[in-house]
Design a protein around this ligand. Structure first.
Ligand code: KG4
Ligand code: ZN
Length: 359
């Protein structure tokens, strides 16, 4: 099944065409430079940039795939979570194209997309990875930190989540405190690498000794701020790499320890990572090490489908829904900035609202 997909959930305007898991084209226009000076994503700037770029991104997706405009079986779009006024640009375009082409609409939860990014393939079908259910998924992005039990296609259960900041957000804030730009994850990663990924400052590991699968990063962020305040400008500049490295170690230690507890509680040791933070090299080393020690399997999305939010992962996820006839009602679909897993789906045959699992 050939699916055309759009994602405008945050600061990337993206469109893709997939055939099952194979990506025929993927076009991403990143707005990162537009938001850099604000130290975060400015919703009004994002909306304008999405509106200005969406048509050319859509056109380029068809040109790159060498397909005639509209030559697809369905249109998938991210319904949420994300920035409301950014999401609505993509949803409006998807509705317009689905009506114009007479193709059904599929609603995708952006976080479902991040899970499926692990199974995105290039046009030749690589990497060949097969699904081996069940999985334990650790989603780490700018807005989410979640542990998800992924039992089968379209069967998810969130078993742990952050009670305050997301891991990516914690890294973004630390970068900002050090005077660097958005997004902060890559900045902290580079500083930490320059420091040799050391853990000189040993910041607190929130909730580490509690029997919970939840995460908390606000205490860590405060500890980091206080440490910075203790130092004058010279001392701070000197310690910057080491501070960034210790902070990153604290953020990641919690991700590993919660995952270890989740494996113990669920008995599921096939681990998938997803979301922008999972591109981090140090995080990959830590998870590979834990996997070797604990006997887990661990899988990360291919780099190409990670560096930025992308519509290819939305298209691949959308394909699994389209194949099952799980289409959205165009009259009812609206942005859902706080959409959580799993999604609500409208069945086309009887127009009944089907809720998969109430979390
Ligand atoms: O998944 P994503 O692109 O967007 C959301 O859906 O939120 O994730 C963005 C987050 C940001 O917080 C960014 O700082 C973080 O991913 N990130 C990284 C790296 N690259 C992006 N975090 C750690 N290391 C990186 N190399
Ligand atoms: Zn994302």
């Amino acid at each position: 099944m050939r699916v055309f997909a759009i994602d405008t959930s945050c600061d990337e305007t993206s469109a893709a065409i997939v055939d099952g898991r194979r990506v025929l084209s993927s076009v991403i226009y990143s707005q990162a430079l537009l938001h850099e000076k604000w130290g975060g994503v400015m919703p009004s700037v994002a909306k304008r940039a999405h509106s200005e770029r969406i048509d050319s991104v859509v056109e380029r997706a068809f040109r790159k795939a060498k397909l005639a405009f509209g030559d697809v079986d369905a249109v998938a779009v991210t319904q949420g979570p994300g920035l409301a006024i950014a999401l609505e640009v993509g949803i409006a375009k998807a509705k317009e194209l689905s009506a114009f082409w007479g193709k059904p609409l599929v609603s995708v939860n952006h976080m479902e997309g991040h899970i499926y990014s692990n199974f995105v393939q290039n046009s030749k079908g690589n990497p060949p990875r097969e699904f081996v259910f069940p999985y334990l998924v650790l989603l780490v992005s700018g807005g989410h930190t979640e542990l998800v039990l992924f039992r089968d296609h379209l069967d998810y259960e969130v078993i742990g989540r952050t009670v305050d900041d997301a891991a990516g957000e914690a890294l973004d804030k630390a970068s900002k405190m050090l005077g660097f730009s958005y997004p902060g994850g890559p900045v902290i990663e580079r500083l930490a690498e320059e420091a040799g990924n050391t853990d000189e400052y040993r910041f607190p590991r929130p909730l580490a000794n509690r029997d919970t699968l939840n995460f908390s990063y606000s205490g860590l962020k405060t500890a980091f701020l206080y440490k910075l305040r203790e130092l004058d400008d010279t001392a701070r500049a000197k310690a910057m790499r080491s501070l960034a490295s210790s902070y990153q170690e604290a953020v990641f230690a919690t991700l590993v320890s919660r995952t270890r507890l989740a494996v113990k509680k669920t008995g599921v040791a096939n681990i998938l990572l997803g979301g922008g933070v999972s591109v981090n090299r140090r995080l990959r080393v830590l998870f590979r090490r834990a996997a070797a020690e604990q006997g887990w399997t661990v899988q990360f999305p291919p780099f190409k489908y990670l560096n930025f939010d992308n519509a290819a992962m939305i298209g691949v996820m959308g394909c699994y829904k389209a194949e099952r006839g799980l289409f959205a009602d165009p009259a009812a679909i609206d942005r859902k900035p706080r959409m959580s897993l799993p999604a609500f789906i409208t069945m086309p045959s009887d127009m009944k609202i089907m809720k998969q699992r109430d979390l």
